[in-house]
Design a protein around this ligand. Sequence first.
Ligand code: SF4
Length: 149
Amino acid sequence: MLRVEELNKPAGTWCPSCRKGVGCGIYETRPGECRTFGCLWLADEQFPAELKPERSKVVFAVEFGGGRVGAYVDADQPAAWRRPDIFALLKRMAAAQAARRGQVIVFIRDRAIAILPDREVDLGAVNVPGKSIVYRDDPRTGRIDVQVV
Ligand code: SF4
């Protein structure tokens, strides 16, 4: 359950227009954010079929022109991203993104966890308006440093 700014809908809450088991109740007039949202399971033929969001409980989306992969976890099953095949996919994505300092972020309601090739960084409650996640090179360690600004 993603945040939808145009609807003033916080992360982790149901949209009042959602018809469970049916779909969007205002599909023809849904906001622009909903129209442009791209779920990887739908958009990428190479994406593992078994990770259909209704089964995996994780929705993957490419954001910021590819600068971020967001993995939005069903708040009722907050450990879903730890499932071995999903975690392995997140790590592969993190390795691919690392070369260009792209991000892989797990979101559980407003909590964000940065997935890096060598570790995970729990950023706490940052999925709120006005906060951004920034990756920087740490010259002391040679690792990626994750900051919230
Ligand atoms: S697609 Fe429809 S149900 Fe889903 S968040 Fe947008 S308006 Fe709500």
